[in-house]
Ligand binder design. Structure first.
Ligand SMILES: [Ca+2]
Length: 143
């Protein structure tokens, strides 16, 4: 039996909860489309997300499902929690669809952000300080 060339990491664990990497990626995508930063996707924001993800806005049926099944704020906008619920439902039944969406938004098969739709993000990524200090050869010993 041939070995698969790439084994993508699981998006959800055995209990159906998102892995940290997957949740981080989805949260980042949500924030990218929550343009006014009110913690929820307005119709226009959701349309922009759907267009970039699926090539078109959600149709009325999809929109009705979203408002029926997922968490909304008091203005009827999809919250981050609702967005994750929506993706959780899709991922547990059709993980390949979620992979497709993640790749559309610039994530590779290891859930690393390799491309961005945001043209001016290059400098920002360089400005993010590294969390790891594995390479400490030049650091003076404090002890
Ligand atoms: Ca918003």
């Amino acid at each position: 039996m041939p070995m698969p060339l790439v084994t993508p990491p699981p998006l959800v664990d055995d209990d159906g909860a998102f892995t940290q990497e997957c949740e981080d990626a989805l949260v980042a995508i949500f924030k990218r489309y929550d343009v006014d930063k009110d913690g929820a996707l307005s119709r226009a924001e959701l349309d922009a997300f759907a267009r970039d993800t699926n090539g078109d806005v959600f149709d009325d049926d999809s929109r009705a499902e979203i408002t029926e099944f997922f968490d909304l704020d008091d203005k009827g906008q999809l919250t981050l929690k609702g967005f994750l619920q929506m993706y959780n439902l899709q991922t547990t039944s059709e993980p390949e669809e979620t992979w497709k969406d993640l790749q559309k938004h610039g994530y590779d098969t290891k859930l690393k952000l390799v491309a961005s739709r945001n043209e001016d993000s290059e400098d920002k990524t360089k400005a993010i300080p590294s969390k790891t200090n594995a390479n400490n050869e030049k650091a003076p010993s404090a002890r």
